[in-house]
Design a protein around this ligand. Structure first.
Ligand code: FAD
Ligand code: NAP
Length: 348
C-alpha cells in the first residue's frame, strides 16, 4: 500500500493572490490540503509547533489587515455525491474546496433546484455556512441539512445539523462561539427536483420581466437573470479587487424606524418578521456621499455603495476608510454599520 501524500508547508507565503481584495499579506506558514488525512497532518504540525490555524477558501470574504501568524490551511477537498434520492428531494454532499457557483451550475444541470438565486456568489463550499450566504431572498440555511467539520484543537470529526449551526442573517455559530474552531470539510444540502421559484426581489422580477412574486420562469432562467444583474452591477474582483458587500444591512427597531422615516421619507426599508425593518446599507452610504469616492488607494465602487474596492492599498488603509464611512453613517442616521467580511492580521 502506498503512503498518502504528505503536505508541503511553506513559510512566509504571500496571500495576495489568495484574497479577492488583493491585499498584501503573508502567512507565517501555509499549506494546501486535499483530504482529511492531510488535514490531520496539518493540524498535527500546528499542534507540535504551537501555531494558530486559519482556514482559507476562495478568499472572497476576508480583509487581511497585516501578516497572519501561525498556519493558514487552504481547503482544496473536491467531490460532489448524491444520495437519498426520492421523487421530490435529493440530498447532495459537496466537498469544501468545490467552487460555489460551479456547484450551483452542476445542480441546475442535474435538475436539482433551490440554489439558483445564489448563482455567481464567489468562493468555495466550505465557507458558505460561515456567514450563511444569501442573495435575492434565499439563504444557504433554506437548503442546508448538515456539515462535516474537524475540530482544530483535537482533530475530532463532527457532524453538525442546521440547529447546531445557529444560522442568522449573514451569520452562524462559526462567526460567534465557534469562531476559528472548526475546519468544514463537507456540506450536505437537500435540493428539490421540482422548481420552486423565488422572485421576491424587485431587481430580479424586473430582469425576468415578470411581476413581483410571480413564477413564470424556470430555475435556469432565474440563475441566468441573477448572473446578468450581478455582472452588470458588481465589480469583478479579477478586475477591481473587492470583497462584495463590505457592511451588513442594519436592522432597526420600530421606534428607530419611525424616527428615521420622519426625517427621510424616501428611505427604503424592508419589514422584518420580528418587528422593525432592514435598511439597505448602500442607501445610507450613498446619502453620506461616499458612492464612487476614492480615498488614496481605496474607495467605494461607483455603481454599488456597499462594495469597497482596492486600487493597491493595504488592509489598514481600507479599514481606516471603512471607519470613516461608519462614522459618517453613525453621525447622520445614528446607525452602527457592522463590517461583513472577516478581518485577520490586525494585531500581528
Ligand atoms: P474565504 O473568504 O476564504 O473565508 C471566509 C471565512 O470563512 C474566513 O473566516 C475563513 O477562515 C472561513 N473559512 C473558509 N473556508 C472554511 C472552511 N472550509 N472551514 C472553516 N472555515 C472556513 N456573500 C453572500 O452571502 N452573498 C452574496 O451575494 C455575495 N456576493 C459577493 C460578491 C462578490 C463580488 C464578492 C467578492 C463576495 C461576495 N460575497 C457574498 C461574499 C463571499 O463570496 C461569501 O461569503 C463566500 O462564502 C466566501 O467564500 P470563500 O471561500 O471565498 O471564503
Ligand atoms: P438590491 O437588489 O439593490 O437591494 C438592496 C438591498 O435591499 C439588498 O441588500 C437587500 O437585502 C434589500 N432588499 C431588496 N429587496 C428586498 C426584499 N424584497 N426583501 C428584503 N430585502 C430586500 O441589492 P444588491 O446590492 O444588488 O444585492 C442583491 C442581492 O445579492 C442581495 O440579496 C445581496 O445581499 C446579495 N449580495 C451580497 C453580497 C455580499 O457580499 N454579501 C454582495 C453582492 C450582492 P439583502 O442584502 O438582505 O438581501
Amino acid at each position: 500500500m502506498t503512503a498518502p501524500p504528505s503536505i508541503e508547508i511553506v513559510s512566509q507565503a504571500s496571500l495576495k493572490g489568495f484574497n479577492s481584495l488583493s491585499l498584501p499579506s503573508s502567512a507565517e506558514f501555509f499549506c494546501s490540503v486535499t483530504d482529511e488525512h492531510q488535514i490531520q497532518q496539518a493540524l498535527d504540525y500546528a499542534r507540535d509547533n504551537d501555531l494558530t490555524v486559519t482556514p482559507l477558501g476562495g478568499g472572497s470574504n476576508l480583509v487581511l489587515a497585516g501578516d497572519i501568524a501561525g498556519l493558514v490551511i487552504y481547503l482544496d477537498l473536491k467531490g460532489i455525491s448524491c444520495h437519498e434520492f426520492d421523487s421530490d428531494v435529493v440530498h447532495i454532499s459537496l466537498a469544501a474546496g468545490e467552487n460555489w457557483h460551479k456547484a450551483v451550475e452542476y445542480c441546475l444541470e442535474q435538475g436539482w433546484y433551490g440554489l439558483e438565486n445564489l448563482s455567481l456568489i464567489p468562493g468555495n463550499i466550505g465557507a458558505a455556512p460561515i456567514q450563511n450566504i444569501g442573495a435575492y431572498g434565499v439563504e444557504l440555511r433554506d437548503y442546508f441539512i448538515s456539515l462535516k467539520a474537524i475540530d482544530i484543537s483535537t482533530g475530532e470529526v463532527v457532524v453538525m445539523d442546521k440547529q447546531a449551526c445557529e444560522f442568522g442573517y449573514r451569520d452562524s455559530i462559526f462567526k460567534q462561539a465557534l469562531n476559528n474552531r472548526f475546519l468544514i470539510t463537507e456540506v450536505t444540502l437537500a435540493l428539490s427536483t421540482r422548481a420552486n421559484i423565488n422572485i421576491g426581489y424587485p431587481a430580479l422580477a424586473e430582469a425576468l420581466g415578470v411581476g413581483l412574486g410571480q413564477d413564470a420562469s424556470t430555475p435556469k432562467m432565474v440563475s441566468a437573470a441573477v448572473c446578468a444583474i450581478r455582472r452588470a452591477k458588481l465589480p469583478d474582483p479579477e478586475v477591481i479587487p473587492n470583497a462584495g458587500s463590505f457592511f451588513k444591512n442594519p436592522v432597526v427597531g420600530s421606534d428607530a424606524l419611525n424616527e428615521l422615516l420622519k426625517a427621510n421619507k424616501t428611505m427604503p426599508h424592508y419589514p422584518q418578521d420580528q418587528g422593525g425593518a432592514k435598511i439597505p446599507a448602500a442607501w445610507l452610504i450613498d446619502q453620506c456621499e461616499f458612492k464612487g469616492l476614492r480615498s488614496g488607494n481605496v474607495g467605494v465602487h461607483e455603481h454599488q455603495a456597499l462594495v469597497l474596492v482596492n486600487f493597491g492599498g493595504t488592509g489598514t488603509e481600507l479599514l481606516a476608510f471603512a471607519g470613516s464611512i461608519q462614522d459618517a453613517v453613525q453621525e447622520r442616521f445614528s446607525i452602527a454599520l457592522e463590517i461583513e467580511p472577516r478581518i485577520y492580521g490586525l494585531n500581528e
